[in-house]
Design a protein around this ligand. Sequence first.
Ligand code: FES
Ligand code: FES
Length: 154
Amino acid sequence: MAVSFTVNGQARVVDLPPEMPLLWVLREGLDLTGTKFGCGIASCGACTVHLDGAAVRSCQVTLAEVAGASVVTVEGLGQGALHAVQEAWIAAQVAQCGYCQSGQIMQAAALLAENPAPTGDEIDAAMEGNLCRCGTYPRIRAAVQDAAKRLSEV
Ligand code: FES
Ligand code: FES
């Protein structure tokens, strides 16, 4: 079934099974491999992308469900430049192995779009579903605070 939707600002038509998870549509169908497979059961957050502006687990969304929608992946977050969250991540050297980080960044960007000045507790609450086996949580929290500051100065 051909499904039309927008990915990173570009109109795409994908002819794949409608029940295919968005995660695999992105990685296998569109070669956007920045979005990672971790658990496949909505328990790790590695596959987080934005669907019409909201952070979603792309392993739990089907191709049929994104018909007509706007999807943004880590490749398109900054629209050709680095997003403030990505700049903050680099400044804080957040990543260790890096595997969870695109999901972390997408979750953080969605948080700041909704709440531009989150408290530490609000950051922890928003990010708690994104697991990091390397334990980068303190740096993630600091980077989200830095990104909020950068966005407030734009
Ligand atoms: S791969 Fe989707 S939440 Fe883990
Ligand atoms: S940086 Fe390694 S899993 Fe998060």
